[in-house]
Design a protein around this ligand. Sequence first.
Ligand SMILES: NC(=O)c1ccc[n+]([C@@H]2O[C@H](COP(=O)([O-])OP(=O)(O)OC[C@H]3O[C@@H](n4cnc5c(N)ncnc54)[C@H](OP(=O)(O)O)[C@@H]3O)[C@@H](O)[C@H]2O)c1
Length: 385
Amino acid sequence: MKAVKNVVILGSTGSIGINTLKIIDRFPNRFKVVALTAYHNIQLLKEQIDKYAPSHVAVGSSGIDYLRNRINGQRTRVLDVTTEITQIVTLPSVDIVIIGMRGSVALEPFLVALQNGKTVAPANKEAIVVAGDLIIREAKKYNAKIIPIDSEQSAIFQCIEGRPRSELQKVYLTASGGVLQDVPRAAFDRLSVKRILQHPRWKMGKKITVDSASLMNKGFEIIEAKWLFELNIDDIEVVIHPEAIIHSMVGFKDGTILAQLGVTDMRLPIQYALTYPQRWESGLPQVNFFDLKQLTFRRPNLKKFPSLALAIYTARKGGTLPCVLNAADEEAVEAFLNKRISFSGIYKVVEKVVLKHKIKENPMLKDIQATDQWAREETKRLVFN
Ligand SMILES: NC(=O)c1ccc[n+]([C@@H]2O[C@H](COP(=O)([O-])OP(=O)(O)OC[C@H]3O[C@@H](n4cnc5c(N)ncnc54)[C@H](OP(=O)(O)O)[C@@H]3O)[C@@H](O)[C@H]2O)c1
């Protein structure tokens, strides 16, 4: 590994971005922050600029002038995150791009980073859900490495660790189950948005926390794993594991199953992506088996959590359908967070949009962008009518 690694963080003001900076703070002589991006949180980005002195930052258009007037423009250039983010991931000095920004808007910088041979560490799952096929093709074409940060994908990556695909038999994708595991379905809509946002194990952004409650997040992870590890949907099994200590497992042809265990802290997979293939001291505790006493497992209830069944359906159909699932879900969750629709309304709206879509096979970027737009418009129409 290079003595100093040059890091770009897309989404430095979010939960993943902040955790990434905490790791960098532990190893100030081993990592250099060369660029950061944010969207609305200009105050926090300004503090990060003052502390890390990146050569470039990008922010939503409303924050550009504010920042330019308050920072040292000689030292840090301010760009528009919506239109100029690709300039950031192509900076010649960049070694690794951490994708901690939310949503399918991460797709373009993801592809451009790969096309420039950069190592990409995605926490973002939406880009892989909507265009996994394209992403993997570009990574192979440009010989660019993808080191996943999403904890389940990182676990699978660590269990496989360079073994050939031919040795794999099955992937067990674990799920803590979210906040609704022990709540009857009939009571879902009586819970407040605040209650749905109280994840029992992980502290994350709002969108992914809502998706964890509905198990849509696990559905997205099935699609993510399919592309990242070249799996068939039937080779991926979701296992509800409420203790969230095993982050996923891989079964090999000889009957061996390897699991990755650790405390529920995203700094673990983020640090592994930053230090790969080495393991450095993290300051995080090991799992204490004697405090834990037991690890439990059960099958997911697809009737109670139809979003998972819908995601599996779209994963099997493929083409542009996962893109529809993702876009409709992003819009519907936003409507739920703004109290326009109920929690079960998210599923109802997303299902309608998914079933209405005419699938296009082997989509290119322009097909994905057109599909994304169509699905968002359809979802908004359903939400606002
Ligand atoms: N949090 C976790 O533990 C976790 C675990 C696994 C996977 N993930 C995945 O990682 C991604 C980030 O999750 P998160 O929980 O960190 O989300 P978050 O806390 O909501 O942060 C999202 C980040 O993206 C930025 N952003 C939002 N909309 C944007 C846009 N249109 N253009 C550019 N930047 C935009 C935000 O900027 P502002 O804050 O400045 O507006 C913020 O920096 C998601 O894809 C999620 O599924 C997260």
